[in-house]
Ligand binder design. Sequence first.
Ligand code: GAP
Length: 442
Amino acid sequence: MADKNPELMEKIVSLSKRRGFIYPSSDIYGGYAGFWGYGPYGGDLGHNIKQHFWDKFILEREDIYPISTSIIMNPQVWEASGHVSGFADPLVECDKCHHRFRADQLEDKNKCPDCGGSLGNERQFNMMFETHVGAMEDDSSVSYLRPETAQGMFTNFKNIIDSFHPKLPFGMAQIGKAFRNEISPRDFLFRSREFEQMEIEYFVDPRDPKKIDQIFSDFYEEQQKFLHEIGLTPAKIHKIDVPAEDRAHYSKKSIDTEYDFPFGQKELLGLAYRTDYDLKAHVGKSSADLSYFDEETQERFIPHCIEPTMGVDRLVMAVLSDAYTEDDLGGEKRTYLKFSSIVAPVKAAVFPLLKNKPELVAKAREVYQMLKKEIPNIEFDDNGNIGKRYRRQDEIGTPYCVTIDFDTLGENPDLKDTVTVRDRDTGEQRRVNIKDIVSELK
Ligand code: GAP
């Protein structure tokens, strides 16, 4: 079990805001509990994580269909899926201050952690956000913001079958927002009320349980590889075989992956064997034919489903906290984000050594323009002195800084058309010929 480190958490929250990664939602109004927004670097960090998911689980394979379904769906979807009746957390309310808490997260279920008052009876609180669709605001117009992206895939199963006639096994994937009216949003992005999921519903032949086991464990391995590739430290990642009593209502087998966040070891992502629970439930409610016809055996059946699911925001938090590093460089304390190059929002920064020398600035601009064609996520910076620029780039996790100096211009003829390339982690600099920078950085 990892030690909790609230001080580290505060530093990460503060750096995230100061450097443009993550802002509280509606900040000028004092924020809004459970809602966050991404600044330019956080947006790019999240984008790079999503792109890596897209590359690995969709583009590099032939068997997963990407889709993008609506956030608000026919409310019958949520009745069929069991969310209307069962997607609830236990809620208790303090008799004195009327603050509300999730009962399963309290150490003492009788005493209010805020004022010490006594807590009332536990009741189930449905976490779906309700809204009304259309001009009438009555029971007939109630609808919900989706609490998971998964149902958009089950309800489009027939569309994919009809359009593409895929052979089992095949999957569907989508990245999109999900909403849960969490009773106690907490721990920065970890438990928020609006978040983004990357989910796959992978349909398998129920007649071959051995193959189902194999596909389940292959997905587990793929999830682990994905986490290592985006830069998470393997020793901070933990496999949890979820016991039956803790599994979601639809799951026959679940493996959660937990991570050592600064606030403790908590769920990062999941993998569940949802069987034919969802497709059958939608057949029951909609009467649609959600079966699969096996041409070879001439049999018709409802496929089973394996679901790897990840939360983008929890991954962003894990990547940020794994990357956060403090050290001494050249006798000076510094903070830097040790991002893997896959997720780093800025891949390289280009500087002129001095801001007030037009010939240096012009050459630096030329190198920047040349690099930007090959590596779009790069920055040009001529603010402040070079030390300040390095510190800023370290704090946003830029792996390399390229500096144009007088030797680049030919002051030392042997070094003409070379630049210095500084490594973020070691602070070491080496000279590289301008024509080789792209391949060196890549
Ligand atoms: N379709 C299955 C499903 O939604 P889940 O375990 O409830 O399963 C999947 O959610 C993932 O979504 C979690 O592993 C987590 O990464 C993310 N997630 C869930 N609730 C969240 C919340 N309140 N805030 C941020 N991320 C959340």
